[in-house]
Ligand binder design. Sequence first.
Ligand SMILES: [Zn+2]
Length: 193
Amino acid sequence: MFNDAEPNKNHELLVTLENKLGDRFHCITQNIDNLHQRAGTKRIYEIHGNLHEMRCSDECSKEVYKIPHKISLKEINEDLTIKEKKLLKCPKCGESTRPNILWFDEYYNERNFKLHSSLKLAKNTTLLIILGTSGATNLPNRLVEQTLKYGGHVIDVNLEDNHFTKSFSMKKQFYSVRKDIHSFLLNLLETIH
Ligand SMILES: [Zn+2]
């Protein structure tokens, strides 16, 4: 399913925005589908990991590996071949690997999920724009708190109220924009020369 997905127009508009802003732009994403990179986003922080990466399930080292391309796509009831299973073993200790993504009962950390560097970005930014997320998980909320605490502004682009609205709408520097992401990004790009 993930491999069939293609970057959409909004992924591309974010690339245009990054090209205009250069080092002033950073994309912190909860997406694990790799589509931002495929569209061309460079300054990216994947706080929930990347489904195309794997690491040792036994944590024998800190190494993160790309999932080998040689592994072909499967039907839902189709198993991996013996060769493919071998490719998915940890190259260092031979233990099984696991996807390098954050499962529901796991904790954020810096090494795999950019916990500290994303919080640092949020602290130093003047404008944090929230696109396409409702704020149901912990770190995105902390990012908003962090930006507001250090004097930055937050714009939440969402068609209806969400977790962010509930927690932050009374804050002076928090704005809800009732627009779809596409028209918001188009308008934003018009204002940047
Ligand atoms: Zn290992």
